[in-house]
Design a protein around this ligand. Structure first.
Ligand SMILES: [Zn+2]
Ligand SMILES: [Zn+2]
Length: 164
């Protein structure tokens, strides 16, 4: 392995620990609830979840789980509790879910890395990572893409095996 790559791996480790440098501009995940799969999205307009609880209260344990797991990377206030919401039960569920991260699969995200000199944008879409930094441009991997892999681990679907 070359020096350039070793440096990027070190940097990826640091980024994965300094999560406030990273902001989710948008994301999409598939969330396995107790009985059904739900789709959660975050974009400029805020959170959406396809579960019935979210339709009636604009908050649900699935989004609360995402807030719990990715707080420093969201840069937004948590959703307010709603009248009629079973807060005790939802808090309880979101605590448990956030320890069961195999319930969560990212299908897309768009993040900004606030570097010491420049900001970089890293995206994940259709099983592929993209980054606008120079290193990625030549190597198809970079400190940003590796940091996201470190943070999300198995929440990122397994990369398709490269064809021989
Ligand atoms: Zn939900
Ligand atoms: Zn990059």
């Amino acid at each position: 392995m070359d020096y350039g790559m070793i440096g990027k791996i070190e940097k990826a480790k640091r980024y994965a620990e300094e999560r406030d440098r990273i902001t989710f501009n948008s994301l999409a995940v598939e969330f396995k609830g107790n009985n059904n799969f739900y789709e959660i999205r975050l974009n400029g307009e805020g959170w959406q979840c396809s579960c019935p609880g979210f339709q009636s209260h604009a908050i649900c344990p699935h989004v609360m789980t995402m807030e719990r797991l990715f707080k420093p990377m969201l840069k937004r206030d948590p959703l307010p509790y709603a009248p009629g919401q079973n807060v005790v039960s939802d808090v309880e569920k979101s605590k448990r879910y956030s320890e069961e991260t195999d319930r969560i699969q990212f299908t897309a995200f768009d993040v900004t890395f606030h570097g010491s000199n420049n900001d970089h944008h890293t995206k994940y879409h259709e099983n592929a990572m993209q980054c606008d930094c120079d290193f990625f441009n030549t190597r198809r991997v970079c400190s940003h893409s590796m940091a996201m892999e470190r943070i999300l681990l198995k929440m990122l679907p397994k990369q398709p095996a490269t064809e021989e």
